[in-house]
Design a protein around this ligand. Structure first.
Ligand SMILES: NC(=O)c1ccc[n+]([C@@H]2O[C@H](COP(=O)([O-])OP(=O)(O)OC[C@H]3O[C@@H](n4cnc5c(N)ncnc54)[C@H](OP(=O)(O)O)[C@@H]3O)[C@@H](O)[C@H]2O)c1
Length: 388
């Protein structure tokens, strides 16, 4: 009997993850169908997607797009309508940064299966999202390559209760980003073009900058805490320049499981869409003989202050991770706009974390208030910093 087609909605369909999700759907049209698409703006790229897939639901998140046809919803409410529609079986949250937060929380609350690429929503509101999933029974499936790797290694190893006694550590691999071979003294002067030339992955602009500062790895550590429920001290990071081993799980008996594959996001995307099945994929088989050797090393926290700040925020909990994420998002935007030097990204985040009066994250409203505070303070601080 033919399998029924899963009905997919994508929030952030024009970005790197969104476009690769559509590649997977084009590859397996008998298994998946697009029923909802949402992007930031009503761009040519988005219009072309609507033309090709003709989804029942469409929305844009940015409300300044005035010339929208009546069939295209707008604003956060529009995104939420797409993400929670009864037409949707699985929603891919592929928007970058804060834009993913409300659609993730609402989709999980509406019992949708959520394939989550947007790590910021778990960093900002992990407790709310995971509690909403517990209450609604929604599944959150990781799309990030490292978390998909951990998920695949942990499959067949029971649940959290067992992991607490069987998993010694989970190990996230890190490529080191575009600046990994630069002398620290050269970091002050690096340009956005240098930072955006990632050695192993083709990704959106924010996550590529976050990879160069290693903030990305810090955000991923916090994401792993919420996805797998393990204490922070059991989540480790390992420098692995080739991006072939996507992450590892070390068990108490000394066994280590790793997941390997090409640096191709279509693999973890397809795994989440087809889970629990594995279907033939479209990417090149991994030829380890051709790869030759795989290297591993320690990460130097002095070289990557953003990673140190993320670990501190994770340790302190409360609203610190939300401030970390929001201040970083502003700092990265300013850097990409040529308004802040690269080396000032961790300084801005550090300043905001030290000024913050932390509160427990009890509701979406609290997160949004913390986010607004962090954004306006970051902008004000960056302005002062520029005028010095
Ligand atoms: N790219 C990767 O390989 C990768 C790997 C692992 C995890 N991730 C994570 O996945 C997420 C997406 O990354 P990406 O690299 O795909 O980002 P990206 O290429 O920058 O794409 C971002 C997407 O979000 C949309 N968007 C922006 N503002 C929005 C808003 N207000 N409402 C709705 N949609 C909005 C953009 O639409 P417009 O085009 O209209 O602006 C675009 O479709 C990030 O959290 C990232 O950390 C990415």
């Amino acid at each position: 009997m033919a399998a029924t087609r899963r009905r997919v909605a994508i929030i952030g369909s024009t970005g790197s993850i969104g476009r690769q999700t559509l590649d997977v759907i084009r590859w397996l049209p008998e298994r998946f169908e697009v029923v909802g698409l949402a992007a930031g703006g009503y761009s040519d790229a988005f219009r072309a997607q609507l033309e090709e897939f003709r989804p029942a639901l469409a929305a844009v998140g940015r409300t300044e797009d005035l010339a929208l046809p009546a069939s295209v919803l707008s604003g956060t409410r529009g995104l939420v309508e797409v993400a929670t529609s009864p037409e949707v079986d699985i929603v891919v949250i592929a928007a970058a940064g804060r834009a993913g937060l409300v659609p993730t929380l609402e989709a999980v609350s509406a019992s949708k299966t959520v394939a989550l690429a947007n790590k910021e929503s778990l960093v900002m509101a992990g407790q709310l999202v995971t509690e909403a999933a517990r209450l609604s029974g929604a599944q959150i499936l990781p799309l990030d390559s490292e978390h998909s790797a951990l998920w695949q290694c942990l499959r067949g190893e029971g649940q959290l209760e067992q992991w607490l006694s069987t998993v010694r550590s989970v190990i996230l691999t890190a490529s080191g980003g575009a600046l990994r071979d630069l002398d620290p003294s050269e970091l002050e002067m690096v340009t956005a073009t240098q930072v955006l030339a990632h050695p192993t992955w083709q990704m959106g602009r924010k996550v590529t900058v976050d990879s160069a500062t290693l903030m990305n790895k810090g955000l991923e550590i916090i994401e792993a805490q919420w996805l797998f429920g393990l204490p922070l001290e059991r989540i480790k990071v390992l420098l692995h320049r080739e991006s072939i081993v996507h992450s590892l799980v070390e068990f108490v008996d000394g066994s280590v499981k790793a997941q390997l594959g090409q640096a191709d996001m279509r693999i973890p995307i397809q795994y989440a869409l087809s889970y629990p099945e594995r279907l033939a994929g479209m990417s090149e088989p991994l030829d380890l003989a051709k790869v030759g050797s795989l290297t591993f090393g320690e990460l130097d926290l002095d070289r990557y202050p953003c990673l140190r700040l993320a670990l501190e925020a994770a340790r302190k909990g409360l609203s610190y991770p939300a401030v970390l994420s929001s201040a970083n998002e502003v700092a990265v935007e300013l850097f990409l706009a040529g308004e802040l030097p690269f080396a000032a990204i961790p300084c801005l985040v550090d300043e905001l974390l030290s000024r913050h009066q932390a509160v427990p994250i009890e509701s979406l409203q609290t997160v949004l208030q913390v986010d607004e505070w962090a954004r306006s303070e970051s902008l004000a601080h960056a302005r002062k910093w520029r005028n010095r």
